[in-house]
Structure formats: C-alpha cells, structure tokens
Design a protein around this ligand. Structure first.
Ligand code: BGC
Length: 751
C-alpha cells in the first residue's frame, strides 16, 4: 500500500511538472494573454524588451525591438521615413534591389491642403513598409515651422498647428490601414537642429499648448498612431523623454494615447527617469540602459508596476505587427503604381506664386532655355534619416523633354558637363561636395544674350537642400547667392529685351527670400522637394496639363529677421548680437515670440510679407458665395459655395479663419480653424463646402487657470483664399463661455 501510494504521489508530481512544463513551453504571446506573458517573463526579459538591440536588423533599418523566442515574442523592425521607407536598396548575396518610392516631402504634401490625398499617398507608402518586412515607419515628422532655417522643415508640414495636425493624422491613417505602424515625431519642440540633442526649448505653457503640442494632439486623437517618438531636446529644463507631464499627463491621460513612446536615437543619462516618465522603449538601445533598469529595479528606484506598465504597452504594440502575424512579405511592392501616386501627389501640391500676364501655362511647343545646376541635380527629398533610396529621381531636363518641350541643347549639355565635372572631382579627391553648397556654374552675359535670341522662354531652376543635423544659413541659402542673383538679372534683362518670358522653379527644402528678386521674373512655380516624380509634375504644370492648386503652408517673409523667432534662432546670433567668432549659447533657446509664429504674428502686427500663409494661384478663378454659419453650444458649422469662374478646370482651397471677441486673453487677429479643398471643378461648376469647428477647437489656453477657454461673444468667421485674401465673412454669437481645465478634469498636477 505504502509503496503504491509513493508511486502514485510520484506520478502526481511528474504529472504536475509535466503540465507546468507544458504550460511554460506552450505559453506563447497572443492578443488575449498579455497578462499571462507578463507574469511568465523574467526581469531580464522585461528590461530587454524595453531596450532595442540593433542585432539581426534588416539592412538600412533604424532599430528594432528584441525578440523573446521562448514566449513567441518576435523582433519588430523600425525604419525611417517620412517621404517613403528608408532602407538599403542593395543587399549582399543577391542581385535583387530594395528601392522604395520617394513621395513628396512633408512641406510639399502640406501645400496640397488635401487630407484625403495625404491618406491616399501614405496608403501606398504603408504598403511598401509592409511588403519590405518592416513593422513601423518612423514618421510623420511634424514639428512646427517655427523658423525658416530649421534644417528639417522639409520633413515637417507647416507653421500652423491645425494644418500640421490634420496632415499628420491623415499620414498615420493611411500607413496604419496596411496593418503597420507609425511613430509621430519628434515629440516635442524639436524646432532646430543646432545642438538638437541637448538644447533646452524654453516655452510658455500657452505657446506649448496652442502651437507646439496642438498639432501632436490632433494627430494623436484623430490618427491614433501606434507609437510616438520623444525628441532629443529638453523643454523647460527636462529632456522630453524624461518629462512625465509630457509623456503621461498630456499624451496619455489627456489625449488618450494608448501606444508606445520610444526615444529618439541615442543614449542619455536618466534611462530610469525616462522609463518612469512613460517612455516605454529606448532606441536604438544599448546594454547600459538595461543595466541601469535592472539596477533600479533591485534598488527600488523603479517599481515592478512601472516596468510592467511599459512592457505591457510594448506587448500590446507587438501583437498588432506583421512580424507577430507572421506576414509573408513579398519584397516586391508595386513601385510603378506607387510612382504614379507620387506624381499625382506632386501635381496637387505645387504652389504657383506668380504668373504675370498669364505667362503660364506654356503652349508646350516652346524652345526652352533651362538654367541652373538644379535642372540636372534635382532635389526630390532632403538629406539624413528623411532621405529615401529611390531607383531614380527625375530631373527637370528629362521631365521637360518627356513633356514635349524642346530644350536648348547646348545649354543643357553645359549643365550636364558642369555636374559631371563636379561629381568626378568629388569622387577623385574623396571629399564629396556638400550638396548644400553645390556651386552654381556661371553663364556669361554674351551666352545669355545669344540664348535669349535662340529660345522662346527661359526657365531658371533654383535649388536648396538640407537635412538632419544642421540648420540652414541666411547668407547664400535663405538668401540667393551672388551667382544666382546675377544669373536671374542677366536672364531677365536679356529675355525681356527680346519680349520673352522668364520663369523660376523653386526646388527648395524650406522658405527662401523672394521679395528682392520676384519682380525680375514673370512666373514662379514652387514644388518644394517633391519626391522622385516631382520634376514631371512641374513640367505638367508648366505645360498646363495640370492646373496648380497648392497653397503655402507657411509665410514667406520679406526678410529673414522679420520672423520674430529669428531673434532667438541660434544661427543668427553672430549676425545680430554677437562679436565676430563668438557663438550664442546654444544650450537653450528662448521662445520669446511666444504664440506669435508665422501668420499669427504677421497678420496681427500688419507686417508686410513677400507671400502670405495660404497663398497660391491657379490658372482659373473662383468666386465665393455668401457663407452661412450656424452656431450652437457645441461649436459652429460653416458652408460656402465655390464656383469656378474661369476657363479651365481647377481646385480651390478655402481657408476658414476665426477672430475671437476682444477682451480676456490677447488673441491673434485670425487663426486657421478649418479648411477644405474642392474637387476638380469644370468652368462654371460649383461645390458647396462644409466645415465644422467645435467649441473646444475655438479655445485658447489660459495659463493662469491652466485651462482651455472659449470666450462668449461675437466671433468673426473669414473665408480666405489666403491669410490676407479674405473673400467672404460671417459672424456668430457664442452665448456662454466654456472652459476645459486640464488639472481639474484630468487630475494631473502641473509641474
Ligand atoms: C532622427 C529621427 C530618426 C532616428 C532613426 C534620429 O537621429 O532624429 O528622426 O527617426 O534618428 O534614424
């Protein structure tokens, strides 16, 4: 008996072990067992998941999350954007290529003011993310254009938080439709590249809330991104990645974000503070970060609840990814179809700045003298992590020829030779010419005189490039170089002498000075950095195959120093306050201009600009009907009918600005609160546009009360073709003031 019972007990123990062993062995991550997985993870596995590893990465990927095979947790892959997927196009051991489509950059896309177009573009982009085997594209980049010189402005959208936020939300929706994720970046106030890793952005709560966080708020609420990337910089003394108020109180508690926050790429002291603040993932990840977290768990500096909260967020992210689904990616996205999407996107986003005497469109059979080294070395995208490895970027010479124009061959050959010489020299001396300073070849006055006789028109292509890690300069960058100015002058004098027109194409990454030279030329076309197919779209616009419908997403000031932020943008210090050779202290940047950024400043203070925010011409004209505005306590709904009164089909963007009643907080003269773009209207055709604005969206941030407040009183509603060209107005009375206190409602203490 005794023996039997011993045997039985032994069997029971064995069975128990077997079951436990089986449970352990079979416990693999599922959508519905995240808590069980958390329970089964060792502390080493947990901190491992909170720190990226960069092992076994896809060539060209930026980072990853660590796999835990015993629990069925796959590695997930993070790759850069935002103008397309940024991966290595070639890999060892295969002839296959992995090129991606270079779509128009952020500023170009924002100039379309077309959120549906943005979603259409990123639906295609997201397909490349999926089919090349990535899980997240590290995009959209959406810091505001605080100052024209920020080197990454091309990745970003606008000086206005509403336009920026709506574009970013559409970006996120399009990408994520594919079952892959986005990372809205760089959260927040990463508005300069100089000392970007350490700079302290000193900003008032009001400017933060109304401008630098507002666009993120819209993107998070309306796009629901899987991830957010905290920025390198500090805000008011703390690194953003370590600021609990920013990452938890505002982002999660107020806005309802439920994804993961990852750091921008680099190790900082304070890993533990970051994890506690709600920064779930450290990227690209270094062993020291795991060591710090482990030590903090052991010392009690961080609680298991805090570690588990972050790990849980990451597991919830992982179960959404293609790697978790074991998606069999093809490595063969339809690049041809996506090229067509990129071209269509550029067509809808090019801004026509000037068109005297209907210089444009051309007939298409003109003989064109194409000037400028950028006509050969066209900039599709900027540099840095925002670059995309495309198989080809069309240049203006090839695009104009493809569109049927006849080029002045000698001139075209001259630029090709200059470019070839420059690139050969670069290769020979091994020190590549910085693309930003590619020398503009000179063309003699004599040659221009002859060309003006031989050709029908002149098209001058001017280029500017920039990217991550450096801001632009005023001299020879925001302003034209002396060679460019001379070229414009000589071309303009000689062609005009012959009764011929001069056009300029601005293939630029950010705002430049236009006031001093725009009167020399007849037409200016602004495609920004429009992606791999951009040059073709420019040719289509020049020819009139496409009617331009883009509008400026930022103000083009007369002088650089007109923008109030310029007084505190580090670059200018030498010019304005500094002694020669001395540098401004770039440890911090005072956002002294507060909320007075872009048109908010120019309009309110009636400062002359070269081209206002929201400006852009068309080959047709539009009339605006008398608007109707209906308000209640929820907000207001505005409708207006736009009619194409010209001779060709076109699209119009209506910008809805609101002026708040006087009294209380000082408010900008007008603020963009909604916008809408018509479909392609044939001559005579009309469309009624409806725009809704909620009471919350009308609010300003009152620091004293720590609350969003919408005052009672009479609101002016302006329907503009730009921030200065108001075509129709209406007003309504908002009967009862409303407020949204961010403490009381959310119980989040202010730091
Ligand atoms: C950039 C990010 C980028 C990351 C990964 C950083 O230096 O600021 O925008 O996503 O690198 O490449």
């Amino acid at each position: 008996m005794k023996k039997q019972s011993i045997i039985l007990s032994l069997c029971l123990v064995c069975a128990l072990f077997a079951t436990k062993g089986m449970t352990q062995n079979n416990l693999v991550l599922r959508e519905d067992n995240i808590e069980a997985i958390l329970h089964a993870m060792t502390i080493e596995e947990k901190v491992g998941l909170l720190v990226g590893s960069q092992e076994d990465m896809m060539p060209g990927a930026a980072g990853n999350t660590r796999p835990i095979p015993r629990l069925g947790i796959p590695m997930t892959i993070l790759c850069d954007g935002p103008a397309g997927l940024n991966i290595e196009p070639k890999r060892e051991g295969t002839d296959q290529t992995f090129y991606c489509t270079g779509f128009p950059t952020g500023t170009a896309m924002a100039s379309s003011w077309d959120v549906a177009l943005m979603e259409y573009v990123t639906t295609a982009m997201g397909n490349e993310v999926l089919e090349y085997g990535a899980d997240v594209i590290l995009a959209p980049g959406m810091n505001l254009h605080r100052n024209p010189l920020c080197g990454r402005n091309f990745e970003y959208y606008s000086e206005d938080p509403l336009l920026s936020g709506k574009m970013a939300a559409a970006f996120v929706r399009g990408i994520q439709k594919n079952g892959v994720g986005t990372s809205v970046k760089h959260y927040a106030a990463n508005n300069q590249e100089i000392n970007r890793r350490e700079n302290d952005a000193r900003i008032s709560d009001r400017a933060l809330r109304e401008l630098y966080l507002k666009n993120f708020e819209i993107a998070v609420k309306e796009g629901k991104p899987w991830t957010v990337m905290s920025s390198y910089n500090k805000i008011n003394g703390d690194y953003t990645q370590q600021k609990h108020w920013l990452l938890t109180t505002v982002l999660r508690d107020e806005w309802g974000f439920d994804g993961i926050v990852m750091t921008d790429w680099g190790v900082k002291e304070g890993t533990v503070k970051a994890a506690k603040a709600g920064n779930d993932l450290m990227e690209p990840g270094r062993p020291i970060e795991m060591e710090r977290l482990l030590a903090a768990v052991n010392s009690g500096e961080i609680s298991m609840e805090e570690i588990d909260r972050n790990v849980r967020n990451i597991l919830k992210y992982i179960v959404k990814t293609p790697h978790f689904r074991k998606y069999k990616f093809s490595n063969k996205p339809d690049l041809k179809a996506h090229a067509a999407v990129a071209r269509k996107a550029t067509e809808e986003s090019i801004v026509l700045l000037k068109n005297d005497d209907n210089t444009l469109p051309m007939k298409g059979n003109e003989k064109v003298a194409l000037y400028g080294i950028t006509s050969v070395d066209f900039f599709g995208i900027g540099t840095g992590s925002g670059e995309v490895n495309t198989a080809h970027i069309a240049n203006m010479q090839e695009a104009m020829t493809a569109a049927g124009f006849t080029l002045d061959n000698d001139l075209a050959e001259y630029y090709r030779l200059c470019y070839a010489t420059q690139t050969t020299t670069e290769k020979m001396d091994g020190s590549a010419i910085d693309k930003r300073h590619r020398p503009e070849p000179t063309v003699s006055v004599k040659a221009i005189e002859r060309q003006a006789k031989d050709n029908d028109v002149a098209v001058v292509v001017l280029g500017r490039i920039a990217g991550e890690g450096a801001d632009r300069a005023v001299k020879d960058d925001f302003e034209l170089t002396s060679i460019e100015r001379e070229l414009l002058q000589n071309v303009s004098i000689n062609y005009h002498k012959e009764g011929k027109k001069v056009m300029v194409v601005l293939n630029i990454v950010g705002a430049i000075e236009t006031a001093s030279w725009k009167n020399m030329v007849d037409a200016i076309v602004l495609p920004w950095t429009p992606g791999q197919e951009g040059a073709h779209a420019v040719a289509d616009i020049l020819k009139g195959k496409v009617n331009p419908s883009g509008k400026l997403a930022m103000t083009l000031p007369v002088n650089y120093m007109d923008a109030p932020s310029s007084r505190n943008f580090p670059y200018t210090w030498d010019m304005t306050n500094g002694k020669k050779g001395e540098r401004k202290n770039v440890d911090f940047t005072d956002y002294e201009e507060d909320i007075w950024v872009g048109y908010r400043y120019f309009q309110t203070n009636k400062v002359e600009v070269s081209y206002p925010f929201g400006y852009g011409l068309s080959y047709t004209t539009f009339s605006y009907s008398k608007p109707s505005v209906k308000a209640d306590k929820e907000g207001f709904t505005a409708t207006i009918t736009v009619t194409n009164t010209g001779k060709v089909a076109g699209r119009e963007i209506v910008e809805l600005y609101v002026a708040a009643p006087a009294g209380g907080l000082e408010k900008p003269a007008r603020e963009l609160k909604a916008f809408a773009k018509t479909k392609l209207l044939s001559p005579g055709q009309s469309e009624t546009l409806t725009m809704k604005v909620s009471a919350y969206e009308m609010a300003s941030f009152n620091e004293e009360h720590s609350a969003w407040e919408t005052a009672a009183g009479t609101y002016q509603v302006m329907f503009g073709a730009s921030a200065t060209d108001i075509r129709a107005t209406a007003s309504f009375n908002f009967k009862k003031a409303q407020d949204w206190p961010v403490h009381d409602v959310l119980g989040a203490p202010k730091e």
